[in-house]
Design a protein around this ligand. Structure first.
Ligand SMILES: [Zn+2]
Length: 397
């Protein structure tokens, strides 16, 4: 019984108790997990359909929790999440093992962060909050306005009001930033979350997510999407990843840069009859780059090292290189990693208008005052404003 109470209690720090966090190995079946722990698979024979189905839904690399007898190493309890809200509970009741599906119990908290930067935002926030989730989220929100490598200096400030879930002492699922600011060169740049469109706006109602245009041409017939794990190549007949998005468009259709940047490459990587064909690579803020391939030709103003503006024509659709037909192959990378260009925070180009804008500005003003208060009065660190267990939240939703 003590054990059971222990598990329901979610905010104990893991370091002081015998619960360990483990990672579910790829291709590990629940049966194999039982066998590895010398548990007879007959415990599964009387399970209902829901429980039985859940056993097949464990994702590879899921973080799960184990509680073992400290001396014998015998498994006493395992909690294995299925999505954000449910988990498999496998426990030893003193005589037998049992399996059931129970809700993930977590605390839902609202916190404020107030930090003066000493090293980098990523490093400092990980130190303060114990993980990288908040800084990753803030970087995504502000990257259209802030160049994190160049603009931020020692002594600059970051403030945020955000929600997170805590499970067994750790952040569970995504952190949702409600409002935040980054102070760079004594100027505060604000972001306010608008739940209606899940977007961030500044205090004047302008969107912050305007770094990338959604499409690099005005023809938006997508003929092949981003498939990093592979597709059968229509010409070569082999399975290979498709690391960008293909847009079908007539020969000579203008292709525009999706963001401000500097031309890093213009030409053919080997011969123009192979690979990307005629290619333009543009480098943007914060390590992003975009690639435009199979071009028929380049715009005159586009030369390596030259600056281009968002929306500026850089070339024209063609079929150079290995291409099934006239189309644009469009790719976005950050560092060495490709990413799905259609999944970037880039959708809304226009700010809010009319009554929508008025309402938003009034709400943002109150939040801005709260953030300023935080920065001017509060000490550095994290402060918890509200806290409620998941069961309460479910009841009120
Ligand atoms: Zn392609």
């Amino acid at each position: 019984m003590r054990r059971f109470i222990f598990f329901l209690c979610c905010v104990l720090p893991l370091a002081s108790n015998p619960v360990s966090e483990e990672i579910w190995a790829p291709n590990l079946a629940f049966y194999d997990y039982l066998a590895a722990n010398k548990i007879d698979a007959s415990i599964l024979t009387d399970l209902d359909d829901e429980t039985y189905g859940a056993l097949k839904m464990i994702l590879a690399k899921t973080a799960y929790y184990e509680h073992r007898d400290e001396e014998s190493g015998k498994l006493l309890h395992a909690l294995i999440p299925i999505g954000d809200e449910r988990q498999i509970s496998l426990y030893y009741d003193g005589t037998n093992y049992r399996v059931e599906i129970i809700p993930v119990r977590y605390f839902f908290v609202t916190e404020t962060l107030n930090a003066r930067l000493k090293n980098s935002m990523q490093y400092d926030l990980a130190q303060i909050t114990g993980n990288g989730k908040l800084s990753t989220e803030l970087a995504a929100i502000f990257e259209a306005r802030v160049d994190f490598r160049r603009d931020l200096q020692k002594g600059d400030r970051v403030g945020a009001i955000y929600d997170r879930k805590i499970r067994l002492g750790r952040t569970w699922g995504a952190v949702i930033v409600k409002s935040a600011f980054i102070e760079s060169r004594r100027k505060r740049i604000y972001a306010f979350y608008r739940a209606e469109d899940e977007s961030y706006y500044d205090e004047t109602g302008k969107t912050l997510a305007n770094m990338f245009l959604k499409y690099p041409t005005r023809f938006i017939k997508i003929t092949s999407g981003y498939m990093p794990n592979g597709r059968v190549h229509p010409i070569l007949g082999v399975t290979r990843p498709h690391l960008g998005v293909d847009f079908a468009a007539p020969l000579g259709t203008p292709v525009v840069s999706v963001a401000d940047g500097v031309v890093r490459f213009r030409g053919c990587q080997k011969e123009c009859a192979t690979g990307y064909g005629k290619l333009v690579i543009i480098e943007h803020k914060n390590g992003w780059e975009s690639r435009y391939a199979h071009l028929n030709g380049y715009a005159n103003a586009v030369a390596p090292g030259g600056r281009v503006k968002q929306g500026q024509t850089i070339g024209f659709v063609g079929s150079t290189g290995i291409a099934t037909g006239t189309h644009l192959h469009f790719e976005v990378r950050k560092g060495d990693q490709t990413t799905n260009p259609l999944a970037l925070r880039n959708v809304r180009q226009n700010g809010l208008k009319g009554g929508e804008l008025e309402r938003f500005i009034a709400e943002a003003k109150a939040l801005q005052e709260a953030l300023d208060y935080l920065a001017d009065i509060e000490e550095d660190g994290v402060t918890r404003i509200t806290s409620a267990p998941s069961s309460d939240r479910a009841a009120t939703n």
